[in-house]
Design a binder for this molecule. Structure first.
Ligand code: CAA
Ligand code: FAD
Length: 379
């Protein structure tokens, strides 16, 4: 596999890097401290075409490949992991799901504004009693003829209050188990749709996480995605691609922490020399660089397979499992290399350590990735 980047990919990488430095870096500490959503920055990401990167231009997207997406996600997450998760959900869960599986009418009405960044979307699978165990959905969508009646609660929804359109997974025929699940497009403001309080989080505090409550929400029949009973397959297939996005987010967090630690280790002196000259510090940096490089290769591999139309359940899970561990390991060591300075906000690495943890939890915990990987390799 040849990972030499093309001119276009290098351009996208540079554009994302410039955007992150000029638009995301100023204020990132304050947004984290006060849980402020990066409203203006997300709007600009949309204008730059970063919210529908892989979507066909005829639906308002940028028509780029998945490696470009990995590169851009890494650059954004390197500076602001909260902005990166907004970008990941919109690109790889919402837009990718609609482009691949929605009807032409749904694409015209919903995908175009989402891919062009006029609005953002949310993906609603998790529930109080259905997180890892995603088939045990309690939210119901009863077929009433012209419409479905939606009832239930979704938990932990990223872009929960900032989205305009929500993809909601619900059970229509519980007796059919996961083959009775459907996916629906729900609009903010529909009668019976309520948004709960904002979660107070450890990390990715600039992102907006809420529970959502649905009480007798009427969802028009034409807002179901795909055939009756397709919802769980829809969610799993979309998540396979989503995991590349979160793996790239983890990669960016790791790379950001590594770069700061490397710089600091060349400046800070102890025992008469720069601390990088102490082998214990240099070896930490060597481990970080090696793990990050391997994580990047796994992201590129999964992205390349995705663009070739291959099954990416295995490569996406491997990329996410490895990159999220890399993010955690690297950020912990970056704090260590910074000593006391690592423990305070202005040096950024403590935020990166808090941000890294979520990459081992959402879009399938590390244990779930191991289930996916072990099932695939034992086939
Ligand atoms: N790709 C495609 N299909 C898959 C799949 C995958 N990765 N994993 C499972 N499936 C299919 C199976 O083939 C099966 O379909 P058939 O019956 O037609 O063959 C069906 O799904 C059920 O699979 P299992 O029998 O394996 O079901 P299970 O209950 O034992 O386990 C699971 C399924 C893999 C654990 C799944 O529930 C899972 O992925 N859980 C994690 C949920 C998750 O990732 N949530 C993320 C929410 S979104 C989010 O988090 C966004 C964000 O933070 C930003
Ligand atoms: P549980 O499923 O209860 O798991 C608890 C622990 O048990 C974990 O360590 C898990 O790995 C382990 N475990 C469970 N089952 C097994 C098993 N079979 N074998 C081994 N170990 C197991 N969801 C959405 O749908 N949309 C979103 O936009 C979204 N955004 C999120 C944003 C944030 C900040 C957070 C915190 C969560 C978000 N989620 C979202 C939910 C996220 O996907 C779930 O939290 C995650 O899938 C885990 O589910 P759970 O929290 O119910 O944990």
């Amino acid at each position: 596999m040849d990972f030499k980047l093309t001119e276009e990919q290098l351009m996208i990488q540079q554009a994302a890097r410039d955007f992150a430095q000029t638009e995301l870096l100023p204020g990132v500490i304050e947004r984290d401290e006060h849980q402020i959503f990066p409203t203006e920055q997300v709007k600009k990401l949309g204008e730059l075409g970063f919210l529908g990167m892989m979507v066909d231009p005829k639906y308002g997207g940028s028509g780029l490949d998945s490696v470009s997406y990995v590169l851009a996600m890494e650059e954004i997450a390197k500076v602001d992991a909260s902005a990166a998760v907004v970008m990941s959900v919109n690109n790889s869960l919402v837009c990718a799901g609609l482009e691949k599986y929605a009807s032409e009418e749904q694409k015209e009405k919903y995908l175009k504004p989402l891919a062009s960044g006029q609005v953002i979307g949310a993906f609603c699978l998790s529930e109080p009693e259905a997180g890892s165990d995603a088939t045990s959905q309690k939210t119901t969508a009863v077929d009433m003829g012209d419409y479905y009646l939606l009832n239930g609660t979704k938990n932990w929804i990223t872009n929960g209050s900032t989205a305009d359109y929500y993809i909601v997974i619900a059970h229509t025929n519980p007796e059919k188990k996961h083959k009775g699940i459907n996916a629906f497009i729900v609009e903010k403001g529909w009668a019976g749709f309520e948004i709960g309080a904002k979660e107070q989080k450890m990390g990715i505090r600039g992102s907006d996480t809420h529970s959502l409550m649905f009480t007798d929400v009427k969802v028009p029949k034409e807002n179901r995605i795909g055939e009756d009973g397709f919802g769980f397959a829809f969610a799993m297939n979309v998540l396979n691609g989503g995991r590349i996005g979160i793996a790239s987010q983890a990669l960016g967090i790791a790379q950001g922490a590594y770069e700061l630690a490397l710089k600091y280790s060349k400046e800070r002196k102890a025992f008469g020399t720069e601390i990088i000259n102490h082998q214990a510090v240099a070896f930490k940096l060597a481990d970080m660089a090696t793990q990050i490089s391997a994580a990047r290769m796994l992201c590129f591999k999964a992205a390349t397979e995705k663009d070739a139309g291959e099954d990416i359940s295995l490569s996406g899970a491997m990329a996410k499992l490895f990159a999220s561990k890399t993010a955690m390991d690297t950020t912990i060591e970056a704090v260590q290399i910074h000593g006391g300075n690592g423990y305070v906000r202005e040096y950024h690495v403590e935020r990166m350590m808090r941000d890294a943890k979520i990459t081992q939890i959402y879009e399938g915990t590390s244990e779930i990735q191991k289930i996916v990987i072990s099932r695939a390799i034992s086939k």
